[in-house]
Write a protein that binds this ligand. Structure first.
Ligand code: ATP
Ligand code: GCO
Length: 140
């Protein structure tokens, strides 16, 4: 990617399988974890959902939940350019288009979307509500 060449399926699958193992370990030990991963395609997300030993392929009902940090291409391009200018990241902005072309979200997956232009704390709050539901008022 650093050289401006997108990854291939063959590059991604073994990596996703390593992530699946890491998620499975966390699920088995009862830990709640956040995994940040592009998981652009439905088939990639299925690999991660299968970290839940009870997962039935295609049911989308897994202990592994997905949240899409949703932003327009222009916002993403601006952020990538800024990062590249600071020399902080391996991915050149010219790879953004191929990433967006690969991003495939199927409505039936019911993936939670949050507006990635919110500030980080507002994003965390929104994600917590989507995953765990609203906080219950404390009974007096
Ligand atoms: N909510 C936000 N508001 C404003 N800027 C943000 C926000 N989230 C991220 N950014 C900026 O966008 C850039 C990318 O953010 P970050 O490195 O967290 O993304 P990432 O998805 O983890 O990236 P990658 O997977 O490519 O490493 C950074 O310059 C960061 O400061
Ligand atoms: O599968 C891929 O093509 C990669 O995981 C990418 O998605 C990037 O690494 C990411 O966009 C930058 O963080």
């Amino acid at each position: 990617m650093h050289q401006g060449i997108p990854l291939t399926e063959e590059d991604r699958i073994p990596w996703l399988e390593i992530l699946q193992d890491a998620l499975r370990e966390s699920l088995i030990s009862g830990k709640t974890v956040v995994l940040s991963c592009s998981a652009l395609q439905k088939q990639y997300r299925e690999i991660l959902r299968s970290a839940d030993c009870n997962y039935h392929h295609g049911s989308f009902n897994s202990a592994v939940k997905f949240v899409l940090l949703d932003a327009k291409a222009e916002v993403l391009a601006e952020r990538i350019d800024k990062r590249a200018a600071e020399g902080k990241h391996f991915m050149p902005a010219k790879l953004l288009q191929s990433q967006l072309e690969l991003l495939q979200i199927d409505d039936s997956e019911a993936i939670c979307k949050v507006d990635a232009t919110l500030n980080p704390q507002a994003l965390v709050n929104a994600i917590k509500i989507l995953i765990f539901g609203p906080r219950k008022p404390i009974a007096l």
